[in-house]
Design a binder for this molecule. Structure first.
Ligand SMILES: [Zn+2]
Length: 255
């Protein structure tokens, strides 16, 4: 059995065939899809999808990409939505820092830091988004009072950085990135981290795997990510698959 630990099946890219994709996931043994929150306006949609499809699990959070419409009331509204749905949420996320976008850096820092505090307050794990921002993120996490770690989504970076996250209680999200031959540093890190820290993800509809560039990514590609992972690791396929499944349960709650 597989879990896609990061999949935006709530996005409009799936409006035409969502039910079909989810049904096919079940046939492939992808028993759960973790849907990270990206913006307040999507939370209701996430909740109704979880009602309609038993395999969907939600997280709520304010993603740095969508802060262009940020208002000061949003963090309070996030907190209220979390409080109302605390029993079903698997984490707070997807939150983080991204140096490759034009969103004001100070705003990103503020919104990230407050959300880390909210996660600490509600004792929720975190689903992290990073781009050129490992140092800043790790520093903020180290200063926080988090009860749990969470998942570093779409990890890319060195073994040393991966180990710093593992030390903080985070699992390393392995996605289509490892299927690209140029991702040497990341592949090397994934090869060497403890098997107890690996989780699988697609980040669908984004991050298509090698050979499918330009096409919509889908949670149905998760077994291909897994195949690429088995080529990097020494464990048997069975052992690796079981570990990836268990690790999601061990790093998130309410899965
Ligand atoms: Zn994402």
């Amino acid at each position: 059995m597989f879990i896609d630990s990061h999949c935006h099946i709530d996005f409009s890219e799936f409006d035409l065939d969502r039910a079909d994709v989810i049904k096919q996931c079940n046939k492939l043994g992808i028993s759960k899809l973790i849907v990270p929150g990206t913006r307040l306006a999507y939370f209701e949609r996430q909740l109704s999808l979880a009602n309609a499809f038993p395999s969907i699990r939600n997280a709520f959070g304010l993603h740095p990409y969508f802060l262009d419409s940020y208002q000061n009331s949003h963090l309070k509204k996030l907190e209220n939505s979390i409080e109302k749905n605390l029993e079903t949420l698997v984490a707070l996320g997807e939150i983080g820092l991204d140096k490759a976008i034009s969103i004001d850096w100070k705003l990103q820092l503020k919104v990230f830091q407050v959300q880390v505090e909210i996660a600490a307050h509600f004792e929720l794990p975190i689903i992290l988004h990073h781009r050129k921002s490992h140092n800043e993120i790790i520093q903020i996490l180290k200063q926080s009072q988090l009860k749990y770690g969470g998942i570093v989504h779409a990890f890319s970076g060195s073994l040393q950085v991966a180990e710093a996250y593992v030390e903080l209680g985070f699992a390393i999200g392995v996605g289509g990135g490892i299927t690209y031959p140029r991702a040497n540093k990341t592949r090397n890190a994934i090869q060497q981290i403890p098997v107890s820290s690996i989780v699988l993800e697609t980040d669908a509809p984004d991050m298509p795997i090698h050979g499918y560039q330009g096409l919509r990514n889908s949670p149905l590609k998760l077994p291909l990510v897994f195949d690429a992972l088995t080529k990097l690791r020494e464990e048997s396929k069975e052992e690796l698959q079981e570990a990836c499944f268990k690790n999601v349960h061990n790093h998130l709650i309410n899965v």
